[in-house]
Design a protein around this ligand. Structure first.
Ligand code: HEM
Length: 136
């Protein structure tokens, strides 16, 4: 399996379960994210619940889709765009993913298996590494 695909199959399974259970984690993810990075809340003041929801959905896609990582990828474009258009700092991504992981684990309960937990760690680490290359 290529590096760009590691963890994506397991995470697809996790997000499918979340969708089946109709759980919306958006409020708690952003609350935790802003607790970890209060300066991110300032940047997102104009972003209403719909926009925040779309950003989260897009992030879930990114976690599930092996094609979205690597040179010329959506992710690198997205980071460059966020940094230049919204003054987002690359070191906000770690806390953003952390907030997401902290919400996902309890929401999935028993379905958050060791396999999924380790896929989560691998995928997030790969994304953060890719981000380092994007913003280098
Ligand atoms: C993988 C991570 C991320 C993805 C995929 C992502 C994706 C998106 C998308 C798709 C939008 C546009 C939503 C729409 O208008 O439909 C957006 C807007 C935005 N995102 Fe992100 N985002 C990510 C991480 C972050 C982080 C870490 C921050 C830090 C604060 C951030 C701040 C913003 C801001 C400020 C906007 C614009 C809000 C506005 O126009 O008022 N994003 N993001």
């Amino acid at each position: 399996m290529t590096e760009a695909a590691r963890g994506t199959a397991e995470l697809t399974q996790a997000f499918e379960i979340l969708a089946e259970r109709d759980i919306d984690l958006s409020p708690q993810i952003y609350e935790r994210f802003f607790q970890l990075r209060p300066d991110a809340e300032g940047l997102m003041q104009q972003a209403d619940a719909n926009m925040r929801g779309r950003m989260l959905d897009q992030t879930f896609e990114l976690l599930m889709d092996p094609e979205l990582l690597g040179p010329e990828s959506y992710f690198r474009w997205e980071v460059t765009n966020h940094v230049s258009a919204y003054s987002v700092s690359p070191d906000m991504y770690g806390p953003y993913f952390q907030a997401m992981g902290e919400a996902l684990a309890p929401a999935l309960g028993d379905a958050w298996t060791l396999q999924i937990a380790s896929a989560w760690q691998v995928r997030v680490a790969d994304l953060l590494q890719d981000l380092g290359r994007a913003s280098a």
